[in-house]
Design a protein around this ligand. Structure first.
Ligand code: NAD
Length: 253
């Protein structure tokens, strides 16, 4: 069994922070050359420096097809190949039914739905047999929390995308899977908690979230990275179309 990504080239969207950065660390540790994309060069430079010399950053907005086409052009020029794509960039805002705005709907589905589609579609021409796509979903695809219908709906949408896409690409040898985290201890989770409950309550709120999980804690971003390495490596060679919940069991009980 090989969990190595030695010699492989990977693109990870939204890789400058949080889950995407955790994935970039683990892909680099598994031997991959990693291209992270995100909205700002400065954040990308800091993230790439933290990951190491096999990681570089390219500014690209996943909601713009032309940006993603440019990313893959640069990857082809620089490395001559592409083996793995992780469609990780995503957003989620608290929006109860009676308060959802048109702007919130458009923004959520633009980034989480259209962004995933136009991360994957222009990569297809480069991905060889054995190539992989991992779409970062969420437990919200099956258990959307109160006030998170837009987010949960967008994550259920990409779960359905992948079910259809593995049929569309039949014969290509490319595998596609969803990796769905539960709560992950990221800066964005902590700032959302600070806004909702006050900065001095964040550690307690993270502990409480953990206590509600069968494992007794929430995840570290690098644990999502290791699950993504599995789905992108030959160790999962007959795994395609699944939604792998890396949630500590939270949505399974
Ligand atoms: P995050 O905000 O820390 O990271 C998301 C990154 O995506 C940011 O760096 C952001 O700049 C980037 N991004 C946002 N819009 C973009 C766009 N249009 N184009 C390119 N990049 C863009 O959030 P995170 O928690 O690391 O979330 C990453 C993924 O994990 C998302 O898909 C999210 O839904 C999923 N997820 C996170 C959690 C959690 O608890 N943190 C739980 C379940 C699922």
């Amino acid at each position: 069994m090989s969990l190595s990504l030695e010699g492989k080239v990977a693109v990870i969207t939204g890789g400058a922070s949080g889950v995407g950065l955790g994935i970039a660390h683990e892909f680099a540790a598994a031997g991959a050359s990693v291209v992270i994309t995100d909205l700002e060069q400065q954040a990308l430079d800091a993230a790439a420096a933290a990951v190491g010399p096999t990681c570089t950053g390219i500014v690209a907005d996943v909601t713009r097809l032309a940006d993603m086409q440019a990313v893959y052009r640069q990857v082809e020029e620089r490395y001559g190949r592409l083996d793995a794509v992780v469609a990780n960039a995503g957003i989620g805002a608290h929006a109860p039914l009676d308060a959802i705005t048109e702007e919130q709907f458009d923004r959520t589905f633009d980034v989480n739905g259209k962004g995933v589609l136009f991360t994957v579609q222009p990569a297809l021409a480069l991905l060889p047999p054995g190539g992989t796509v991992v779409v970062i979903g969420s437990t919200a695809s099956i258990r959307p929390p109160r006030g998170m219908s837009l987010y949960g709906g967008s994550k259920a949408a990409v779960r359905a995308f992948v079910r259809a896409w593995i049929q569309d690409i039949k014969g290509s040898g490319v595998r596609m899977n969803i990796l769905s985290p539960g709560a992950v201890d990221t800066d964005s989770l902590r700032s959302a908690l600070a806004m909702a409950q006050g900065a001095d309550q964040v550690d307690a709120a993270v502990r409480t979230m953990g206590e509600g999980n069968p494992t007794g804690r929430i995840a570290d971003p690098r644990e999502m990275g290791r699950a993504a390495v599995f789905l992108s490596s030959d160790a999962s060679s007959f795994v395609t179309g699944v939604e792998l919940f890396a949630d500590g069991g939270m949505a399974q009980v």
